[in-house]
Ligand binder design. Structure first.
Ligand code: SF4
Ligand code: SF4
Length: 62
């Protein structure tokens, strides 16, 4: 099981993580915030962490 966290103070809502994640873990809510919508589908590949331009993501095994 992986824990995916978005630092809302750093996130600029660029949506790159939504496009990058091969498991579609991220989505956006009605307020246009990026959210972790399908945590159980995360494989811990770290692609999102590497592509986030704001260093707003962390993915750690728990
Ligand atoms: S890639 Fe980073 S800055 Fe862009 S929406 Fe995702 S968490 Fe936010
Ligand atoms: S670590 Fe991989 S599977 Fe998990 S949210 Fe990031 S891109 Fe998606």
């Amino acid at each position: 099981m992986w824990n995916v966290e978005i630092n809302k103070n750093l996130c600029k809502r660029c949506k790159i993580c939504i496009q990058t994640c091969p498991r579609k873990v991220f989505d956006e809510n009605e307020g246009d915030d990026v959210i972790v919508a399908h945590l159980g589908d995360c494989t811990g590949c770290q692609l999102c962490v590497r592509h986030c331009p704001e260093f707003a993501l962390s993915v750690e095994e728990q």
